[in-house]
Write a protein that binds this ligand. Structure first.
Ligand code: 15L
Length: 263
C-alpha cells in the first residue's frame, strides 16, 4: 500500500485534519507551498507549488491516496485562481495519474453553488451556480475529477465544503458549518469506501438549518456527529452589517462582490 498525502496542509482545514489523520493513519505526508516546520512524529513534509509540475511529481512519489486541499481558498483575480485551481489542478491530476494515485478527496466548495437562494434545498445533482471565479474553479475541479475518474480510474470524492471551524461563525454558517471531525469522517469515506468513483457530496455537519440534501454522503455511510444549532445563540452575534445581495444567497458575501444584477 502507498502513502497518504495531504496538500494545502498549512491551511485552515489542513491544520484541523493533521491530528485526526495521525490518529487514524499513523503516518501522513504533508505538502504545501509554504514551508512547514512544526512537524510531529508520523508527519513528513514535501514542499510544492501547484504551478510547478516537478515539485508536484516529487510530492506524489510513492503516494496512492491524496486529500487535495491545496489551491487558492477564496475569491481572487483570474490569474491567481487560474494558476492554482485551474491550470494547477490539471498539473496535480496529471502528476497523480503518472504516480499511480488511486483515490483523491477533492476540496470543492459551497461557492460552486453559491448563487442558489437560501430558500432552496438542493442536492448534489443540481446544476452548479458559482458565485465567483473561485466558485467557477471549484466547479471546474469537480468536472476534472469526473474526467480523471471515468477516463483514468482515479476515484474522487468531491466535498463541497461549507465552512470548517470548531463553531459556526454567523447565521449563514448555521446552515453550512462543518465540524473538523465530520470533515475527517468524509475524508475517510473518500479514501476508503469501495464504491467511490466520482461522487459529489456536501461538506456540512448534521445542521438542522441545512440547505442541502446530503443523501449522497449518507448513502456512503456518513453520519455527522455535530449540529450547528447547538451554537445558534452565539453564532448570530457574528453577523455583519446587512447585505441585501449576500443575505439572499447561499454563497453570502461572495455573491455581493461585484454584483450588477437586480436585487
Ligand atoms: C470557502 O470556500 C472558503 O475556502 C472559506 O475560507 C470560507 O470563505 C467558506 O468558503 C465560506 O463560505 O464560509
Amino acid at each position: 500500500m502507498g502513502d497518504l498525502l495531504m496538500t494545502g496542509a498549512a491551511g485552515g482545514a489542513g491544520s484541523f485534519l493533521r491530528p485526526l489523520l495521525r490518529e487514524c493513519y499513523g503516518r501522513v505526508i504533508l505538502s504545501d507551498r509554504a514551508e512547514m516546520t512544526d512537524l510531529v512524529e508520523g508527519e513528513e513534509f514535501r514542499q510544492a507549488e501547484l504551478s510547478d509540475p516537478q515539485a508536484i511529481a516529487a510530492a506524489l512519489q510513492g503516494v496512492d491516496r491524496v486529500i487535495h486541499l491545496g489551491g487558492q481558498p477564496v475569491e481572487a483575480d483570474w490569474d491567481t485562481v487560474n494558476a492554482s485551481n485551474i491550470a494547477g489542478l490539471h498539473t496535480f491530476y496529471e502528476a497523480a495519474r503518472a504516480a499511480g494515485v488511486k483515490r483523491v478527496v477533492f476540496a470543492s466548495s459551497n461557492h460552486a453553488i453559491g448563487f442558489y437562494g437560501r430558500h432552496r434545498r438542493i442536492g448534489a445533482d443540481d446544476r452548479v451556480r458559482p458565485d465567483s471565479l473561485y466558485g467557477v474553479s471549484k466547479a471546474f475541479g469537480e468536472a476534472l475529477a469526473a474526467l480523471y475518474a471515468d477516463k483514468h480510474g482515479i476515484g474522487t470524492l468531491s466535498i463541497r465544503i461549507g465552512n470548517v471551524a470548531m463553531e459556526p461563525a454567523d447565521t449563514r454558517r448555521l446552515s453550512m458549518w462543518l465540524h473538523p471531525e465530520d470533515l475527517m469522517q468524509l475524508c475517510v469515506i473518500g479514501l476508503e469506501h469501495p464504491e467511490v468513483h466520482n461522487q459529489v457530496v456536501f461538506g456540512a455537519s448534521g445542521n438542522a438549518r441545512t440547505w442541502w440534501d446530503n443523501s449522497a454522503a449518507f448513502a456512503l455511510g456518513y453520519r455527522p456527529a455535530f449540529d450547528a444549532e447547538h451554537w445558534a445563540a452565539d453564532a448570530v452575534k457574528g453577523d455583519g452589517a446587512p447585505d441585501p445581495v449576500g443575505d439572499r444567497f447561499q454563497g453570502g458575501g461572495f455573491c455581493s462582490q461585484g454584483f450588477e444584477g437586480d436585487v
